[in-house]
Design a protein around this ligand. Structure first.
Ligand SMILES: [Zn+2]
Length: 469
């Protein structure tokens, strides 16, 4: 619409100019080499305009002829690039589909067509890996380290190769390098952290997880729990090395991060006691008891109390009992301390309260001890011990990944190596794997005891206790 309007204006202007020129009666004469040319001004203007138009046309034509070879080369280059990208795409698809031959062909084609090694190296490496040529893949990954654009992918490829080959030292070195390049990438943080905790590098793992919390790379609640577990292990190592100050501060940090983590409370209480601050240690255990009673806390409470008088100790445990008078563990703790103080009636009362309708194995064993100690009733004692073998298992540190029962808490499962997987809960009821002819009559057996037994609880079938890594 606007174009036609301008055209109309242009034509109108031309007509107006032609009419105006025609109205001028002036003439132009040219004398040259014995020639004489007479014409009107209008014809002259027309001739000049014609000459200008022809000159512009010739100049454009000449420019096009001069540019022609360049344009031809550009077209050829563009065509090569297009075919190169097509080969690259086909190669990626072949890798995803597991087609080794096609992947190799496409990688070679893309490499020849695209003059951009970083772009094709990853495909070449993947094609090599797909064909089982790990050494060739390794060369490509190493070459990728030289280009800033592909260095991270190169490190990733080498790291995966090291993990696959079981080379933990090399894997840790590469994970640290990947972390320097991209500290905010989730899988890098996870991988480095996993390798650090496997190697017992608790201090380094603490720094990585603290940084992940600051950068919000990991969910806050999960990262806090993980960090607390790392700090407990760091505290334990420092304590074993005689570095009491580090042990104390790490245990304190762990307890603050996750007050429900019993091993953190235990470490901190033990270290307070070692610093002659028994009352602070007592308070810590009492607070933890109010949250969730646990026999390990009761044992720590017994260690903290300095008074050796049995009755005074019972009185102390009555205070602990008062924080959760409804909980079976409170009854068991008071029963155990009453047994030591030979308060048989008190012990029996609390054991009965703890037993309810189905006493656990520990309650059965305490009943046996009570019957033997109070009345010398060996027959009843033996009955309780027999009952203990079939009773419901007591709560313990159970790995959520492989189901193994550990005698003591550790950050890494002693059976499957999983980090932070141990939780205090009732283990699945153990069942003996019966031979085929007696399968119907398979009966429950007691769970193995003892520190770090690492024996997975079975449920009558293969539970698959190895974690896929
Ligand atoms: Zn496990």
């Amino acid at each position: 619409m606007i174009r036609s309007f301008f055209l109309f204006v242009l034509i109108a202007a031309a007509v107006l100019a032609a009419v105006t020129l025609a109205e001028y009666q002036g003439r132009v004469s040219v004398d040259w080499q014995g020639w004489r040319i007479d014409m009107s001004v209008g014809i002259l203007v027309l001739l000049v305009a014609l000459v200008v138009i022809v000159a512009v046309a010739i100049s454009r034509f000449w420019g096009a002829i001069r540019r022609a070879p360049g344009s031809f080369l550009d077209m050829r280059r563009a065509s090569r690039r297009d075919r190169g990208y097509k080969a690259l795409t086909q190669g990626m698809v072949a890798v995803a589909a597991g087609d080794v031959g096609e992947a190799r062909r496409s990688a070679r084609k893309a490499d020849a067509l695209l003059d951009d090694p970083p772009l094709t190296m990853l495909l070449s490496a993947q094609a090599a890996q797909l064909g089982g040529e790990e050494a060739a893949a390794r060369r490509y990954f190493e070459a990728m380290l030289d280009h800033p654009d592909t260095a991270f992918l190169g490190v990733r490829g080498l790291l995966m190769q090291a993990i696959k080959g079981g080379d933990k030292v090399e894997a840790l070195r590469l994970a640290e390098r990947a972390y320097k390049l991209r500290p905010e990438t989730g899988w890098v943080v996870d991988q480095l952290f996993e390798l650090q905790v496997e190697s017992g590098l608790w201090s380094d793992a603490n720094e990585v997880i603290a940084s992940a919390i600051r950068r919000k790379t990991l969910p806050a609640s999960k990262a806090r729990r993980q960090r607390a577990a790392v700090l407990v292990e760091h505290s334990r190592v420092a304590e074993a090395d005689g570095d009491a100050d580090t042990a104390f501060s790490r245990a304190g940090e762990a307890h603050n991060l996750d007050p429900t983590l019993v091993p953190a409370t235990l470490s901190l209480a033990r270290l307070y006691k070692a610093r002659d601050r028994a009352s602070k240690a007592e308070r810590l255990v009492e607070e933890a008891w109010a949250r969730a009673p646990n026999p390990e806390l009761a044992a720590m409470y017994g260690q903290i109390i300095t008074n050796t008088d049995p009755l005074a100790r019972v009185k102390k445990f009555q205070r602990l009992f008062s924080f959760r008078p409804d909980h079976p563990e409170s009854h068991i703790a008071l029963a155990e301390i009453s047994l030591v103080a030979r308060l048989w009636g008190e012990a029996r009362k609390h054991l009965k309260a703890a037993a309810g309708k189905s006493p656990t194995a520990r309650v059965c064993r305490l009943m046996a001890e009570l019957d033997e100690s109070e009345n010398g009733d060996m027959e009843s004692s033996r009955k309780w011990l027999a009952r203990a073998t079939t009773a419901a298992p007591d709560e313990a540190w159970v790995c959520g990944d492989c189901g193994a029962v550990a005698g003591a808490w550790t950050a890494l499962c002693g059976n499957c190596g999983s980090f932070g997987s141990l939780a205090w809960k009732a283990p699945p009821r153990a069942v003996r794997l019966a031979p085929p002819d007696t399968a119907v009559r398979s009966k429950p057996v007691a769970l193995p005891a003892g520190p770090k037994s690492g024996v997975p609880a079975t449920t009558g079938k293969d539970t698959g206790n190895t974690k896929a890594r």
